[in-house]
Design a protein around this ligand. Structure first.
Ligand SMILES: [Zn+2]
Ligand SMILES: [Zn+2]
Length: 418
């Protein structure tokens, strides 16, 4: 009997050990709870990364590097890259990557910022990258407060948690080629670690644990933006070439439509406009007139025509957001107003060719003293859930399911997947 006991004990230790070959500890944990683990890059291509709060016992390989290279274990070490190898406190350690675990009941700190989960620090084309291996629910606890204000009504925060969870699962692997699932910026979802967490948003994550949005048996691409400006945009009109889907159509949003605060104006001098456009590679001078074309069903325009001494040029509306910043031109839901210069050349008597050139130059100089004004509404691409509307629906008593069904249509359903 005793022999069987020892045999079982040995088998148990073998299976439980992370080094037990057959099954990785992470995969083992994932099977147990069925919760997904994500790889999120939090520092990319840095010259060095400061690492602290490492559990040296759990991080065996890391610990060995210190011993082998006779490096004293500090609370904080600086990891950099030296000729294809990691360097610890400036000393090349002969390893290209290292997996580190946090001290018990604590968090690893990367550049002084605490994160849940463990980290892979690796050499990445002559620099270092830190990839956080984190459970999906833990990841969301830091994402939700970065994507919606914590003082929003709890049902709006819950809708945000479900949407962010669905988005993470549906876009997982976006950066697969670079060796991680998602990055920590608006390219994927903003993720800044434990210091962002707060009890209200964590409650919204816990209260919707494992719930995600499905349509026709598939996870949806759960897009969201800060404010739709009155009408959400369909995915295929926001991003030409994207596949049209029934859950991301144009939806009227009375919450943004009624709210004057959702309108914005961006006025820029023609001189600055020209300077910035030229810097971005567009051969343009002062703009005489602008017209908008290719109106989408939501009322946004896709194409801007600009005329001037440079001729006639056509731009995608999104280009202006890139050149002048998303915080200045908050959406592509805008109109353009051009101040015409006061000098009028119509009644001018042209006697000599020089007069014509002078008049034209004067006009162009005057033009540059004028302004171009973008007048718009909404903030962001406008596809999917409108966060402003979600907050308004929640504030008037709606729950997170009603919010999701409003913006992604009644055809979607919310399922608990683990
Ligand atoms: Zn990304
Ligand atoms: Zn809206």
């Amino acid at each position: 009997m005793k022999r069987y006991f020892y045999a079982l004990l040995f088998l148990f230790m073998f299976l439980a050990s992370p080094k037990a070959g057959f099954i990785d500890a992470e995969a083992y944990a994932a099977i147990g709870s069925s919760e997904s683990y994500f790889k999120i890059a939090v520092v990319r291509n840095a010259s060095k990364i400061d690492v602290s709060n490492v559990d040296y016992n759990a991080s065996k390989e890391y610990c060995r590097l210190f011993e082998r290279n006779k490096i004293a274990k500090n609370f904080t070490v600086s990891v950099s890259c030296s000729g294809g190898s990691l360097a610890v406190n400036g000393k090349k350690v002969g390893a290209a990557s290292v997996l580190i675990y946090p001290k018990k009941n604590s968090y690893l700190k990367i550049n002084s910022k605490p994160y849940r989960g463990k980290f892979l620090i690796k050499v990445d084309s002559g620099s270092v990258t830190a990839i956080n291996h984190v459970a999906l629910e833990d990841y969301l606890k830091a994402v939700v407060p970065s994507e919606m204000e914590q003082n929003a009504d709890i049902e709006a925060l819950k809708a945000q948690a479900v949407v962010a969870r669905t988005y993470a699962l549906a876009t997982r692997g976006k950066h697969k080629a670079a060796g991680f699932d998602l990055c920590n910026t608006t390219c994927c979802q903003v993720y800044k670690g434990v210091s962002e967490e707060n009890p209200r948003t964590s409650k919204a994550v816990d209260g919707t644990r494992a719930q995600v949005i499905y349509h026709s048996g598939k996870l949806i691409n759960a897009y969201y933006s800060a404010s739709c400006g009155g009408y959400t945009e369909s995915v295929e009109e926001a991003w030409p070439g994207a596949l049209a889907v029934r859950y991301a159509r144009v939806i009227e949003c009375p919450h943004c439509k009624k709210d004057a605060k959702m309108s914005w104006t961006y006025k820029i001098s023609q001189e600055e406009f020209v300077r910035k456009m030229r810097k971005a590679g567009f051969a343009i001078n002062g703009v005489d007139s602008a017209r908008l074309y290719d109106k989408t069903r939501s009322g946004r325009f896709n194409t801007v025509e600009m005329k001037g001494s440079f001729g006639t040029l056509y731009y995608s509306a999104e280009i202006f957001r890139k050149v002048f910043g998303n915080n200045n031109i908050k959406s592509s839901f805008f109109n353009i107003v051009i101040d015409r210069p006061k000098s009028v050349t119509k009644n001018f008597k042209f006697n000599e060719i020089d007069d014509i050139i002078k008049a034209r130059n004067d006009y162009n100089n005057d033009l540059l003293n004028g302004h171009i004004t973008f007048k718009g509404s909404g903030y962001g691409h406008g596809v999917g859930m409108c966060q402003h509307g979600a907050k308004k629906i929640a504030a008037s008593g709606g729950n997170f399911r009603q919010i999701i069904n409003y913006y992604f249509t009644k055809e979607v359903n919310i399922k608990k997947i683990y």
